[in-house]
Design a protein around this ligand. Structure first.
Ligand code: GLU
Length: 253
């Protein structure tokens, strides 16, 4: 059975100070369906944004961001649990930092947890541990965390569900004629070095962190599919059919 990692961002999971319940339910239903064909791991952002639904603190202050994450992580998992219960899927919460990838001993601990969860039919839900860690220990964005999770858990593909439909040949917000690229085999160094440009105040990434994730994944001989997390039809086509109109596949030739 092929193994896939889904990554979903804060802008998909929250909407104007609330957990976007319908979008989350659509995602949960897609994952429940995907589990019939694939081994699935979910990397989910949204702790800080979920925390803000309960507590209006300024996330730009380091301590407030930690408090928001500590309040929000259980809100996020509770929302997932309610929805996965409908499909009879049990979930496990796994919080990681960059240090978990630093040594073989640390890495093996979470690899074993994820393998065992999957063997026992449990869905692992991973997020960065934003709470008790210093900024040196963090990736800072879940795009790159999910790429590392995909590599170290030996996943065949990473699927990033985002607020954009894929990767374009120009900035689609500035150029209405920008074309979506269906397949990318190489990423230019200059594109990887652009300034970060998250689209949502609770998102850490933007297209640059997605390109970095894709570059890492391709360097490891794996592939990544970037598509919309609002309309899951591209992800569905990619997972269950041989046809797809949308989304970008990053794959080394
Ligand atoms: N770990 C952060 C959260 O759950 C988000 C990181 C990101 O936006 O990529 O809120």
């Amino acid at each position: 059975m092929k193994r896939i990692v889904f990554k979903v961002g804060s802008s998909v999971l929250t909407n104007r100070d609330e957990v976007a319940k319908e979008r989350m339910l659509n995602l949960v239903s897609l994952i429940a369906e995907a589990r019939k064909k694939y081994e699935v791991i979910l990397v989910s952002s949204g702790a800080v944004a979920s925390g803000y639904t309960a507590l209006k603190l300024d996330r730009k202050k380091a301590v407030s961001k930690r408090v928001l994450a500590s309040v929000g992580q259980p809100i996020l998992m509770h929302s997932y649990k309610n929805k996965f219960d409908i499909f009879g899927v049990d979930i496990a919460q796994i919080l990681l930092t960059e240090e978990d990838f630093d040594s073989r001993v640390h890495t093996k601990i979470f690899q074993d947890i994820i393998d065992s969860a999957l063997e026992n039919g449990i869905l692992p839900i991973v997020n960065e541990n934003d709470i008790s860690t210093t900024s040196d220990q963090l990736f800072g964005d879940n795009d790159q965390l999910s790429a590392h999770v995909a590599h170290y858990t030996n996943a065949d593909i990473l699927i990033i569900l985002s607020d954009i439909k894929g990767y374009y040949d120009d900035n689609p917000k500035k150029n209405p004629d920008a074309k979506l690229l269906k397949e990318v085999n190489e990423i230019k160094e200059s594109d990887l070095n652009q300034a970060h440009s998250p689209n949502n105040e609770f998102a850490t990434g933007g297209i640059v962190t997605k390109l970095k994730a894709a570059n890492y994944i391709m360097g490891k001989g794996r592939s990544m599919f970037l598509c919309s997390g609002f309309d899951l039809s591209a992800a569905r086509d990619f997972l269950f059919t041989d046809n797809r109109e949308e989304g970008t596949l990053f794959i080394k030739k």
